[in-house]
Ligand binder design. Structure first.
Ligand SMILES: NC(=O)C1=CN([C@@H]2O[C@H](COP(=O)(O)OP(=O)(O)OC[C@H]3O[C@@H](n4cnc5c(N)ncnc54)[C@H](O)[C@@H]3O)[C@@H](O)[C@H]2O)[C@H](O)CC1
Ligand SMILES: [K+]
Length: 544
């Protein structure tokens, strides 16, 4: 699923008419019908619906949706912001079709009239925001701004058509000062930048769904080749053969755990086992080997030599030691609990240089390359780095602030220059690939801001590589998606403050079985569907 800009979307609409023979009015009809279906499914108990429409095509979608909803017997009011005579083309047609339905529109033309809508909006069960879509150009004018302010004072749930009105579709920021409040968003054909980078809804888990409206996938083209991690979870739908054996799913070796740091390698290892790796071994300092072994009976362990002070010793990478350690290993995960003391960085550099095994480098595994980023070369092996912004800054020799200011470009540049897969963590984790493609991740929540989270991601990534060695890009994307999704599922049963990194492991089963596409064919790029296909939000079982 590619992300497209607002201008690309308009070109795709034209191509859909010219090359696929689907006229614009038909796209609008499908869009409006999809909005109506989504509204009914997600806001099941809504009886009184108010559809707020602009006079552009976003409003046109609203007119169509209102017509469909009225036909099902709901009480539907249509409020047009501005002069309906301004509507043109398909939107004008949709407005005309409304005249024969039970949803009669009325227009508001002044700020006072907008303010007079308060009771109507408060009394409704659902508001559908079809005021502005991709045609919005900031800043927001007076009339929609008054409506935006009023919506902030009213508690009725808001379903946004295409985008929360006033949100620039091409904006790549987490928030937008102009925008309307939103509880759920339904967009069409492909996500725009705002859908992937923005936090569009009030709750953490308000859905953002992409509904197909008749444009063939082959016409969805984008210059930038930016995608979404959830699309790669298709990999997980591959059924395992009945006569499976553990050798088919790889053997992950987690290298980490200096003296006194048994937690991190234990968590990575358990996460790898729970994600489906056939075998997992944790190679850790001799003094903590027993502790690590006792965390999980299915886990195998190997002892690493310790130098004075407890740091891991260079002797661990002697030819003989490597031969024993790496026998039958299919993926290496280096970093959890490793430390940066003494000989450890040199040991890591040697380990990386002397094998060509697929490798995931995290935490102190990355810090071992401080000032030596040129040694990180994925041109002849599978190499995945999972830095948080601080670690990325260390690698690049810049400040964390500089990394945060230009995440997308930095990630893409580093991945292509070093021919590796880079997982740059944070709000909307980015997965950049050697060929310049980047996938944006939309799962995860603030509960993950706690020690251990990264260790678990490392284990999930390693296990995915072990199982899908020939689909590396997809395996890494799916891993990042799963990790956040498992945490999203976990946090719905707990509070985000009490969430422990290991709680995400307990929700990996649900995350692995989750399907991003709903029964209607819409793809859920944000939000988690539960119970009867609807979503649940934190603190509230359901929004309807
Ligand atoms: N393939 C698809 O995704 C389809 C989407 N559809 C819908 O069409 C809209 C885009 O329609 P468009 O007419 O281009 O723009 P809008 O309706 O979003 O807005 C135009 C409207 O807004 C006024 N306006 C612009 N800026 C401001 C501002 N700052 N303040 C106030 N008003 C403003 C402008 O004057 C126009 O009147 C897309 O979002 C989808 O909802 C199609 O229906 C089917 C294909
Ligand atoms: K809208």
């Amino acid at each position: 699923m590619q992300m497209v800009t607002a201008a690309e979307m308009a070109a795709i609409d034209t191509a859909t008419a010219e090359q696929a023979g689907v006229p614009f009015a038909e796209l609008m009809e499908h869009a409006g019908a999809a909005v109506a279906r989504f509204a009914q499914r997600q806001f099941r108990r809504a009886r009184r619906v108010v559809v707020l429409c602009g006079t552009g095509n976003n409003g046109g979608d609203g007119f169509v949706a209102a017509r469909h909803l009225a036909r099902t017997g709901l009480s539907v009011d249509v409020i047009v912001l501005g002069d309906p005579a301004k509507a043109q083309g398909a939107a004008a047609e949709a407005y005309k079709a409304l005249q024969t339905s039970r949803a009669l529109p009325f227009a508001v033309g002044s700020v006072e009239q907008v303010r007079g809508l308060r009771t109507k909006l408060e009394d409704a069960d659902l508001l559908i925001d079809a005021v502005l879509g991709t045609g919005f150009k900031p800043p927001l004018r007076e009339l929609p701004a008054a409506l935006r302010d009023l919506l902030r004072e009213v508690r009725t749930p808001v379903l946004s058509v295409d985008l929360p009105s006033g949100w620039d579709a091409d904006l790549r920021e987490q928030s937008s000062p102009d925008a309307f409040r939103s509880d759920a968003v339904i967009t069409f054909t492909a996500p725009k930048p705002a859908h992937l980078f923005g936090h569009l809804t009030t709750g953490h888990f308000g859905p953002v769904v992409v509904a197909p409206i008749g444009t063939p996938e082959s016409l969805v083209r984008s210059e930038e080749r930016l995608t979404w991690t959830g699309a790669s979870t298709k990999l997980l739908e591959t059924p395992r053969p009945m006569d499976s054996n553990k050798g088919m799913y790889g053997h992950v070796l987690v290298v980490g755990g200096a003296a006194g740091k048994p937690g991190a390698p234990s968590m990575s290892s358990l996460a790898a086992l729970r994600t489906g790796a056939g075998l997992v071994t944790a190679a850790v300092a001799r003094s903590i080997q027993q502790t690590v072994a006792l965390t999980t009976p299915e886990l195998m362990t190997a002892a690493l030599d310790e130098a004075e002070g407890g740091a891991l010793a260079l002797s661990n990478v002697s030819p003989e030691r490597l031969e024993t350690l790496l026998k039958k290993i299919s993926v290496l995960a280096v970093g959890p609990g490793l430390g940066t003391e003494g000989e450890t960085p040199a040991m890591v550099q040697r380990l990386v240089a002397e094998t060509t095994l697929p490798l995931v480098l995290d935490a102190d595994g990355l810090n071992a390359f401080k000032g030596k980023a040129e040694l990180l070369d994925g041109s002849k092996r599978t190499l995945v780095l999972t830095p948080h912004p601080g670690e990325m800054a260390t690698l690049l020799g810049v400040s964390t602030k500089q990394v945060q200011a230009d995440r997308l470009n930095l990630a893409r540049k580093f991945a292509t220059e070093h021919q590796l897969h880079l997982v740059l963590k944070g709000w909307r984790t980015l997965v950049a690939h050697p060929d310049g493609r980047v996938a944006v991740n939309t799962t995860g929540n603030p509960g993950m801001a706690k020690g251990g989270s990264g260790d678990i991601l490392t284990g999930i990534v390693a296990a995915m590589l072990a199982q899908f060695p020939h689909e590396v890009a997809g395996a890494v994307e799916a891993a990042v998606y799963l990790h956040g999704l498992a945490a999203d599922l976990a946090v719905q049963r707990r509070d985000e403050r009490t969430l422990l990194a290991t709680d995400t492991i307990a929700h990996l089963s649900d995350a692995l079985r989750y399907r991003v596409q709903d029964e209607d064919g819409a793809t859920w790029i944000c939000g988690v569907r539960r119970r009867g296909g609807r979503w649940s939000a934190e603190g509230r079982a359901e929004l309807d």
